[in-house]
Design a protein around this ligand. Structure first.
Ligand code: SF4
Length: 129
């Protein structure tokens, strides 16, 4: 279970979500799922069950850590908490162009973050490129 923050209006939030989709669709199909953070915030039973019954990685766009805090509000301890900014610090040349269009550097960062998220997940199929 990978829970990205909503990150509306923030490029790093968008990168976290895009990396989650890349992980689900390309790197670890059928092994990774997600849900809407807003559903978790209102206590939707299906979203809470998903969180409580799976290993959980949170992906946050900034130090407010909204995804991690909302997961932990259910009583679940996250298995891994990732901040997009940490990935950026290791690739400072990859500055996203903007929120609506991340640009080539931003999408490269998406790919790098997705690969990082895939580490430690037993993915039966991995498309490297
Ligand atoms: S962690 Fe930061 S970017 Fe993500 S939803 Fe919260 S305030 Fe927005």
């Amino acid at each position: 279970m990978v829970m990205p923050c909503s990150g509306i209006g923030k490029a790093y939030g968008e990168i976290g979500r895009q990396a989650t989709y890349a992980l689900m669709d390309d790197l670890c199909p059928d092994r990774v799922t997600t849900t809407c953070l807003a559903k978790l915030m209102i206590g939707d039973p299906d979203a809470v069950d998903l969180i409580k019954n799976n290993e959980v990685i949170t992906v946050d766009g900034c130090a407010h850590d909204c995804a991690r805090k909302n997961v932990e509000s259910t009583g679940k301890k996250v298995d891994r908490a990732v901040r997009v900014i940490s990935a950026f610090k290791q690739h400072r040349d990859l500055k996203p162009a903007g929120v609506l269009d991340l640009g080539e550097p931003g999408y490269k960062l998406v790919k790098i973050l997705a690969q990082d998220l895939a580490q430690g997940i037993d993915c039966p199929v991995r498309k490297e490129d």
